[in-house]
Design a protein around this ligand. Structure first.
Ligand SMILES: Cc1cc2nc3c(=O)[nH]c(=O)nc-3n(C[C@H](O)[C@H](O)[C@H](O)COP(=O)(O)O)c2cc1C
Ligand code: SF4
Length: 516
């Protein structure tokens, strides 16, 4: 019997993986071949999807991108024996894109059957939870604090400190909420892990439950991720059947269970208090803080809200705190799943320790633009992140270095633009995005975004450009300091970085001339 691996991941499915699986079943049946198709997550090499892998004596040999309609020819060429072919990439594990990575959180993604608890365990899964179940809850919290793990959802808040607040709060119920709203442009790490290794998220949430005394977890998952909803829901049921979730987690005295809830799709519902409103059945509108969700969160109870990648990293942290802590740069410890997207040759997910430079990510790993034209700008950290020009490509990828250059790493979405991009239009887009997605609770954001878009429209039309640019800068100042949450408060980052680094697109002299 030959085992063949084909992703069920959205990347691959969007490019025909389901059709290819059907074709393979049909062709193998017609030829009397004994083939088992294992649907996996993605390895993260998006340009090679659908990537078909064949198990051979030499390891897993990859072929990609395979297109629907090609299976018969591939079988004729002998790919089930690992034969050479123009689509062949050789041994998958040895591909340079994978070789350069340090995969901790995504170690199993693309490798195992995401719904097999046995495979998960055989590849190191549940070691962290088994350890945590034998420890005092506060000792688990202390290890997470010691590891230096920070929230991967955007703000980079130390995870251990958040957990400690919840652990020390007394209440009849406490909750763990996984933020799977993943609305940032160019980001897909949450989706990939939920589709490719959902037990990592489940295990991370269970560890958080044990550490803080929470007995119930919710995953707030966006409706735009149907594959992730299906895989995660099934994984939760299997974890329950396997004793990982339920009244006695892995046979311990701790109870913990998880429910998957699907959000209707609003960017602001990724903001933690808005998410709580939505989870409680109301319109997703931001709550004023304090109280912090860690004190008074879901249904008024102490609640840990963490990003999916934060929680899915916890098992790897708990399995080897020393190793995790030893990786990274400055106060940014461990690894980050970089999501390389936009106009780029080799887009996908690349997990690496913090500290790699932006230039290395874009030029070396991403291979420059897909269009072959020069890179003009890179937006890092989603729609609220700053645009970085090539002059800033020496910036190390970590929270502090990006903040020091008026940027943010956010959820590590990296979107590349070539020299045809008009940064004035990108600045207009930032205001438009904010105007569309604003929850409307505070005036600087609700009104500022609309006025900003209008001023940018006038500027682009050549109407009193200097006065309108001044108005835009003034609005940015008001939004930055007067908004209730980061949607209004951070929209000035893409706008101001575009003006600062690409003044010529706004009718101002280029930076080189301005400096003279
Ligand atoms: C407008 C807005 C959208 C956000 N969207 C997300 C999101 O989609 N996913 C996420 O994890 N965090 C998002 N955040 C950050 C969350 O509010 C919160 O900081 C995060 O879930 C905390 O988890 P962490 O500490 O693990 O990062 C968003 C914040 C804002 C202001
Ligand atoms: S900044 Fe915008 S999204 Fe945030 S609370 Fe104010 S109106 Fe709502």
């Amino acid at each position: 019997m030959t085992r063949v691996f084909l992703p069920l991941d959205t990347f691959a499915v969007a490019c025909g993986a389901d059709e290819i699986a059907e074709e393979l079943t049909r062709e193998a049946g017609a030829r009397g071949l004994d083939v088992e198709i294992v649907r996996t997550g993605s390895r993260g090499m998006a340009w090679l999807e659908p990537l078909l892998e064949v198990e051979t004596g030499e390891g897993r040999i990859g072929y990609g991108p395979v297109e629907p309609g090609e299976i018969a020819a591939l079988l004729d060429a002998g790919v089930l024996d690992g034969a050479a072919h123009e689509r062949g990439i050789g041994r998958v594990e040895e591909h340079p894109f994978l070789q350069g990575q340090t995969r901790l959180t995504f170690a199993r993604c693309g490798v195992i059957d995401p719904l097999s608890l046995d495979s998960y365990r055989a590849h190191g899964g549940l070691a962290g939870l088994e350890r945590a179940a034998q420890m005092e809850p506060l000792a688990v919290v202390a290890e997470i604090t010691d590891s230096g793990l920070r929230g991967r959802g955007g703000a980079g808040f130390p995870t251990g400190i958040k957990w400690k607040t919840v652990a020390e709060a007394s209440a009849d119920r406490k909750y763990i909420v996984a933020n799977a709203d993943e609305g940032d442009s160019g980001t897909f790490a949450d989706r990939m892990i939920m589709e490719g290794d959902p037990f990592a998220l489940i295990e991370g949430m269970a560890i958080a439950g044990l550490a803080t005394g929470a007995t119930k977890g919710f995953v707030y998952l966006r409706s735009e991720y149907p594959v992730a909803i299906r895989v995660l829901t099934e994984a939760v049921e299997r974890a329950r059947a396997g004793g990982v979730l339920g009244p006695s987690v892995l046979g311990s005295p701790h109870a913990f269970d998880i429910e998957v809830r699907v959000g209707a799709g609003a960017y602001v519902c990724g903001e933690e208090t808005s998410l709580l409103e939505s989870l409680e059945g109301r319109r997703g509108q931001v709550r004023a803080k304090p109280p912090l969700p860690a004190i008074k969160g879901l249904f008024g109870r102490p609640t840990v809200i963490n990003n999916v990648v934060t929680l899915a990293s916890v098992p790897a942290v708990m399995a080897d705190v020393g190793r995790y802590k030893s990786l990274g740069f400055g106060r940014s410890r461990g690894t980050m799943p970089l999501q390389i997207a936009g106009n780029v040759r080799y887009g996908g997910l690349y997990e690496a320790p913090f500290g790699i430079t932006l230039g290395q990510i874009v030029d070396r790993i991403g291979g420059g633009t897909a269009s072959g034209r020069p890179v003009k700008a890179v937006q890092v950290g989603g729609p609220l992140g700053a645009y970085f020009p090539r002059e800033l490509f020496d910036t190390p990828f970590d929270y502090e270095s990006f903040a020091g250059r008026d940027g943010l790493i956010g959820h590590a979405g990296i979107v590349v633009f070539d020299d045809t991009a008009d940064m004035a239009r990108q600045a207009r887009f930032a205001f438009e995005f904010c105007a569309v997605e604003s929850c409307g609770k505070c005036t600087p954001c609700r009104v500022g975004a609309v006025r900003g878009r209008e001023a940018m429209d006038k500027l682009i039309a050549g109407e009193r450009p200097a006065a309108n640019l001044e108005l835009v800068e003034d609005l940015c100042n008001t939004m930055k300091f007067g908004s209730l949450c980061a949607l209004g408060g951070f929209t000035p980052y893409p706008v101001m970085s575009a003006i600062t680094h690409f003044p010529e697109d706004f009718g101002r002299p280029p930076m080189s001339e301005a400096a003279e």
